[in-house]
Design a protein around this ligand. Sequence first.
Ligand code: PGA
Length: 256
Amino acid sequence: MRIPIIAGNWKMHKTAAESAAFVKELASALAPYANVERVVCPTFVALAGVADALRGTGVMVGAQNVSAAESGAYTSQIAVGMLEGLAEYVIIGHSEVRQYLGETDAMINAKAKLLLAHGLKPIIACGESLEINQAGGTDAHVRGQIVAAFEGIAAAALPKVVVAYEPIWAIGTGLNASPEFAQQVIGSVIRGTLTSLYNAEAAAQVRIQYGGSVKPGNMAEYMSQPDIDGALVGGASLAVADFTTLVSIAAEVKGA
Ligand code: PGA
């Protein structure tokens, strides 16, 4: 069985001090759900404090980005080696990074390979815009993002890779995708593409999250879908009670 994984993407919220205080409270609330992988992704300046506060709790840390270059003269960027020991996961391919920071499919692929080579686990986000969705282009768009992101990644690495399907029109808008639509894209398109790139056994080991306006009120219906293994959560991950409810629902529905 794939272990459910719920990751909180805090985006540009919470200072270093707020983040460290928050996770102390969060870790005790999440303690009963050790069979669900629980990840918080604070801003870079909060990573060290959060990693310290969470050591030994089982709650993991993720970063929100990484440079595609291993090292060098890249003012403002964070190298993969700087994240070692602070984070287990790194979100790459988030639509906000693609849109505002010009992250391309080629950069996402380079970052994924770099992270895996350094023992870090990528959470590769993908998803279509409203325009593409309305034109019926979702499947082709997402398939293209997956093919590009996984180029040159060995089948043996797949258990360490997480994919997050986040339709852009559902992020922070309250307009979540229907569970059936999310299951179709995640199961047929994403896992289906991975099956054709590798094989069914390898594709079955990749955990795939849904993201986009996930809340306590809609979590159970996503978790009831067979190919949805967890959630990447923005807004609802910023409050201890909501995050804990999401994790408890995942544990219950998935029998973890
Ligand atoms: P949201 O964000 O849950 O606030 O829609 C999800 C994300 O951007 O990862």
